[in-house]
Design a protein around this ligand. Structure first.
Ligand code: PLP
Length: 356
């Protein structure tokens, strides 16, 4: 058990990453990545007959992970441009709330991605974050934040990253009498070092740290992926992780600019997108009659380019006329060529499926 405490030590030097809302060592639980973190949250902290609220458009692999918990109810929440529709979430909570009796901490969890959301790229506004904290405290749900893109922000590299929801929960009432803590920040080194190392961390309120520590899974061995934790700890202490992060941020910013310039110039005027300020993705809206899964097949067959159709990010099938592009993987020149081709394909396809 003490070993677990020691292993948590590995991110204490990452204070520079979150400079304005200090990371406390005692809040940290080491994981083998954010997907493992989400799995641990669902299996350990939430009633297995409980409810999982998800944004209506969310990370497709999280949806697949969540679907494994087939005794739980999955409820979609409408998403506005600055975060979830909190009134709708409140109504859904009122509709599904029940008294958990089997010893788990939470009857319900809201899984979300408040910063550089996948797939939409949005960042939740301060107002929405405050409303969410209030709602979570009143109804005692857990908010599980997938915080894997927070540090990849491109507007002003010298500015701190957007404030994470976990910091809102400890900022105004945190650690005072009566505060229980309703947010987990589920972080990962996948996007800021490498996905292959399978290492992440969760910042949790004390009641969640205790429950996770007492679950058999983390007791055995003290923590997930200790050996790599030691290596990454050294990379952080030597400043090499920071250097790698700066390298990624500089390059991704150039790649995003290349993609956005081409889209602004060549995307058919019937389509629209918003340039994100961080993360990996651009979310493109097509006219409502277009099925982007069909369009994607057309792109691949006729133009040898492809993206991910919106339907993959939805449990209700509502995102059919959206498609997600990724700018993180390719060099700017390659992106310029392929985005130009994508736009030509869009123009041709819109002419073929002209609205009835
Ligand atoms: C929102 C989100 N969460 C989690 C992950 C995966 O994280 P990890 O490799 O740490 O499991 C991704 C990767 O695409 C992602 O977009």
């Amino acid at each position: 058990m003490d070993q677990l405490l020691e292993r948590r030590n590995f991110v204490k030097h990452s204070l520079r990453f979150y400079p304005r809302d200090i990371t406390a060592r005692s809040d940290l639980v080491q994981t083998s990545g954010a997907t493992n973190g989400l799995h641990l949250i669902l299996s350990t902290l939430v009633d297995l007959a409980g409810v999982i609220f998800v944004d209506e458009y969310t990370y497709m692999i999280a949806l697949e992970t969540i679907a494994q918990f087939n005794t739980m109810k999955i409820v979609p929440v409408p998403l506005d441009d600055d975060g979830p529709n909190v009134a709708a979430l409140q109504a859904l909570i009122d509709q599904h709330r029940f008294e958990a009796t089997n010893g788990k901490l939470f009857w319900g969890v809201y899984y979300t991605i408040p910063t550089f959301h996948n797939p939409t790229g949005i960042v939740f506004s301060a107002e929405k974050c405050q409303q969410l904290i209030k709602l979570a405290r009143e109804t005692d749900i857990l908010i599980a934040c997938d915080d894997v893109y927070n540090l990849l922000h491109y507007d002003d590299p010298s500015a701190p990253p957007p404030k994470r929801l976990f910091a809102y929960d400890i900022a105004d009432m945190g650690r005072l009498d009566g505060w229980r803590g309703n947010v987990i920040s589920n972080g990962s080194f996948s996007k800021i070092l490498s996905p292959g190392i399978r290492l992440g961390w969760m910042e949790c309120p004390p009641r969640c740290v205790e429950a996770l520590r007492n679950s058999g899974v983390l007791k055995s061995g003290g923590a997930a992926n200790n050996y790599t934790g030691g290596i990454v700890s050294t990379l952080i202490q030597m400043g090499l992780a920071q250097r790698q992060l700066e390298h990624y941020s500089t390059n991704y910013s150039l790649r995003l600019n290349a993609m956005a310039e081409m889209l602004e110039e060549h995307l058919p005027k019937e389509c629209s997108f918003r340039k994100p300020k961080g993360g990996y993705f651009v979310w493109i809206r097509f006219p409502a009659h277009v099925d982007c899964a069909e369009f994607n097949r057309y792109c691949l067959e006729k133009y040898s380019v492809s993206a991910i159709p919106g339907i993959r990010f939805s449990i209700t099938g509502k995102a059919r006329h959206f498609i997600r592009l990724t700018f993180a993987f390719h060099e700017p020149d390659y992106l310029r060529r392929s985005v130009r081709t994508f736009c030509e394909a869009a123009k041709d396809y819109l002419a073929i499926v002209a609205s009835p």
